[in-house]
Design a protein around this ligand. Structure first.
Ligand SMILES: *[C@@H]1O[C@H](CO)[C@@H](O)[C@H](O)[C@H]1NC(C)=O
Length: 380
């Protein structure tokens, strides 16, 4: 009986006795100053970094967007203006693909090979040596995928040079590299209209880069300029390239990739009208001539024709040019209770940790160097 009663009391004491830690008051100005100073630092961190810089009281969402583009302008191919057959080009000739994607290519330079037909012809060689004298061996054994199927015969390429015969689209393209000056230099004056709609789904927020305050007469005449017309959605290609720190006519020779970045980072706690796109431009491909082996950007495409007799021919175009890529990014933030509480809580925990740490350090110090009369008191 007595044993059971005392174990029951023991349990009651264990469960319901009120416990309180003893607080140690350290009569040390140095420890107190360090303690207060650390608290001050943490408060500054809370107000300055967490609240103002990080905006940790906000919930965030990433942008969802769609982009369409339209290029306008025309060009007369360089050097053809004063000849008997000036070559005129417009948007259907030089913008690929034509449907106004957020990534599109503007042809600025090219190598054109007209009237190619499937037949036999000599391979193109750029050095003046006949290399197929042992043709039976050489012209069959050297397998290459470009420019066509070797027949094993050695034929006249020019008066002095013989090369292997191939089955291919003939005559073959003579690719000695791009023109040293861009053929479609007038591309620098082409204009680009960007239409961009963005949504922040979490906040049900929608926006266009053509804003309500832009009227149609402004839209007809404006051209983007980062300081005077930063919200005009019409860009001159030359301006885009020079804002990216490049020279249009230099980049046009071998081509390249250029990014048009639209930043929609917004604080939706401010007036929503403050949420405006910020444009910036940047060359995306590596153009450092010293270590780039295959510089620029080019590709080949062909246009096909059929004569009334039914023979097929094509015009092969090796196009050099600038690929523009519109890249939209951004996050929006708006006040929300949950992140506010979480961040407040973690900072308060931080504060109490610091006092724990200082007490531990002081106690360690006392062990090493005992204070004759430490003051202790019970926490209230
Ligand atoms: C582009 O336009 C400017 C001004 O209209 C003109 O001076 C320049 O020659 C044009 N560039 C080319 C390559 O045609």
């Amino acid at each position: 009986m007595g044993a059971a009663k005392s174990s029951c009391q023991g349990f009651l004491h264990y469960a319901f006795d009120y416990e309180t830690p003893k607080t140690l008051v350290v009569p040390s100005i140095a420890a107190g100053v360090v303690f207060r100073f650390t608290q001050l630092l943490i408060l500054l961190y809370l107000v300055g970094y967490v609240c103002i810089v990080q905006k940790a009281y906000q919930d965030t969402d990433s942008v969802v967007s769609t982009v369409t583009t339209k290029v306008k302008g025309y060009a007369v191919i360089k050097g053809s203006a004063n000849t008997s057959s000036p070559q005129f080009r417009d948007v259907a000739d030089y913008v690929i693909p034509p449907q106004g994607d957020k990534s599109f290519f503007v042809v600025t330079n090219m190598i054109v090979t007209t009237n190619q037909k499937v037949s036999h012809c000599p391979e193109v060689r750029y050095f003046q040596v006949s290399y197929c004298l042992l043709h039976v061996v050489y012209c069959v054994a050297m397998v290459s995928s470009w420019p066509g199927v070797r027949t094993g015969r050695c034929v006249n390429y020019s008066d002095t040079v013989q090369t292997c015969q191939v089955l291919s689209w003939c005559p073959l393209e003579e690719d000695t590299g791009p023109n040293k000056e861009a053929l479609i230099d007038a591309a620098e004056n082409f204009t680009l209209l960007i239409k961009n709609s963005v949504t922040y789904p979490k906040f049900n927020f929608h926006r266009r880069n053509i804003m309500p305050h832009i009227n149609s007469s402004y839209l007809k005449t404006c051209v983007f300029n980062s300081s005077t017309d930063p919200h005009c959605p019409i860009f001159r290609l030359k301006q885009i390239v020079s804002d990216a720190g490049e020279e249009f006519q230099v980049m046009a020779v071998e081509g390249g990739v250029l990014g048009i970045l639209i930043d929609w980072t917004c604080d939706l706690d401010l007036w929503a009208s403050q949420c405006l796109p910020k444009y910036s431009f940047r060359r995306l491909d590596d153009n450092n001539k010293s270590h780039v082996l295959a510089p620029g950007y080019n590709f080949r495409f062909a246009k096909y024709y059929k004569s009334p007799e039914g023979t097929e021919s094509r015009t092969l175009i090796k196009a050099y040019g600038i690929r523009f890529e519109v890249i939209v990014f951004g996050t929006a933030g708006k006040f929300s209770m949950l992140p506010t509480l979480v961040n407040l809580g973690s900072t308060l925990t931080f504060l109490s940790l610091v006092s724990e740490l200082i007490i531990t350090l002081t106690q360690l110090g006392e062990l090493a160097n005992p204070n004759p009369n430490p003051i202790t008191r019970t926490a209230s």
